[in-house]
Design a protein around this ligand. Structure first.
Ligand code: GLA
Length: 424
């Protein structure tokens, strides 16, 4: 039997992790950190590629996150050390330039440059970074890094941003400084997460609605461990095809296209563009429908919506790889599965399953064995919890505080929607 445990198990224990990060800080910078910031990764439960089409996404900010231990400096130098890649960077806050190697450094530089560009008072600092979001796996490790950095700069500078504005600035850093034309999904998930809830995000007006997932359902990430090398170019191509579809249909974004309108005017579109539009229009509607299904524990609806989503991603949007098809088969054959589908941009990386809580262990074992037999690759399969968004935290109290919030949210009724937030 295969071990499907994620590699860095020690890091999932908050106390051990805090000790490890503090020790790295001490060793690298020769002093003690004074501020701790964190921000989560995310897994999308429904709504692939709907964000840049201004549609709906149902997203789960997850209990895999990026931590930064930091200390202010008296000058305008930023020194960072990433424990995940065991490498550092050093730059001055004046005239920040991008680098051509080690792209993670551009995320750090990009966030600093973007916040500086907004006229926010940044201080120089030393920072040790550690992430439990697996890199390059479709769970937004880059957004977690960006949002944790912005939170750190705010904490050290003594100012604050609304989570909405922070998300938009981090997206700007990624779009303009790093040069990745992502939508808003990743940064919004990382900044607006609420412990215990998924979020239904309306990418047009950027309103979010907290969505409770019924107690008996667990969200399980299934990482194919197959690299996503082609995703950059393919992502840009999908985006361009959607824009072409919207332009030909005379709307500013596919969000404005209803299924009826698309059916009536489909012939005006080139075949491939029509298929992309079919997927996006249906997928956005599925995100809206999966939200109440998860709260009401409507497993049949959840299964159907996930199956439609995967079929569309494979046949219409064409973002599936052979490894994803093998993982899908393994997930659907495993005990306790409710529904399964792709996650992130596709083209490899992680997938996601909704699993009957009592069968989680059996599900993990079965998927691990079946996927390995089919592909000879060893997957990572682990359940995730809905996590709080980016925040400064007290490392001494993180376990106690988390347990308290969990206990309190268990006492709350389970409404379909709790609270709404919109951009200022
Ligand atoms: C990537 C992008 C997001 C989103 C997803 C697909 O994660 O960064 O903005 O487009 O792909 O839903």
């Amino acid at each position: 039997m295969l071990s499907t445990k994620p590699a860095a198990d020690w890091a999932l224990d908050s106390e051990a992790r805090a000790e490890g990060v503090a020790a790295c800080f001490r060793e690298t910078f020769g002093s003690e950190p004074e501020l701790w910031a964190r921000a989560p990764g995310r897994v999308d439960l429904m709504g692939s590629h709907t964000d840049y089409n201004l549609g709906f996404v149902l997203t789960l900010p997850i209990s895999r996150d990026t931590w930064i231990a930091a200390r202010r400096r008296d000058d305008r130098t930023v020194r960072v050390h990433s424990m995940n890649v065991d490498a550092g960077d050093e730059f001055r806050l004046d005239g920040i330039e991008s680098v051509s190697e080690s792209r993670w450094r551009n995320y750090v530089r990009g966030v600093a440059a973007t916040l500086e560009g907004e006229g926010l008072a940044l201080t120089g600092c030393d920072a040790a970074i550690h992430s439990t979001v697996p890199l390059e796996s479709g769970l937004s490790s880059s957004a977690a890094l960006e949002c944790a950095l912005a939170t750190m700069f705010a904490g050290l500078g003594g100012w604050s941003l609304t989570p909405e504005r922070m998300a938009l600035l981090c997206q700007k850093a990624e779009n303009e400084f790093v040069g990745v034309k992502c939508g808003i999904l990743d940064q919004y998930s990382s900044c607006l997460g609420r412990e215990g809830c998924a979020l239904l995000l309306d990418c047009r007006d950027l309103a979010t609605r907290a969505v409770r997932v019924a107690d008996g359902i667990r969200v399980v990430v299934c990482n194919t461990m197959s690299p996503r090398r082609l995703s950059g170019g393919e992502y840009a191509r999908r985006r361009a095809e959607c824009e072409e579809g919207a332009a030909r249909l005379g709307v500013s974004a596919l969000r404005d296209v209803t299924p009826e309108m698309l059916a009536a005017r489909r012939r005006e579109l080139p075949e491939r563009v029509a298929r992309r539009c079919d997927f996006i229009v249906a997928e956005s509607g599925r995100a809206e429908r999966l939200a109440p299904a998860l709260t009401l524990n409507d497993r049949e609806a959840a299964a159907r919506l996930c199956a439609e989503s995967f079929a569309g991603a494979r046949d219409l949007y064409e973002i599936c790889s052979p490894a994803m098809a093998a993982m899908m088969e393994a997930m659907l054959a495993a005990p306790g599965v409710i529904g399964a589908r792709q996650a992130g941009a596709g083209f490899g990386g992680s997938m996601v399953a909704l699993v009957d809580a009592a069968s989680t262990d059996a599900f993990r074992t079965s998927v691990g064995d079946a996927y390995h037999s089919a592909t000879r690759m060893v997957p990572e399969i682990y359940p995730v919890e809905a996590a709080q968004g980016a925040e400064v935290f007290d490392k001494e109290k993180i376990n106690v505080a988390r347990a308290l919030v969990r206990a309190m949210s268990a006492l709350l009724p389970t409404p379909a929607a709790t609270g709404r937030s919109s951009v200022e």
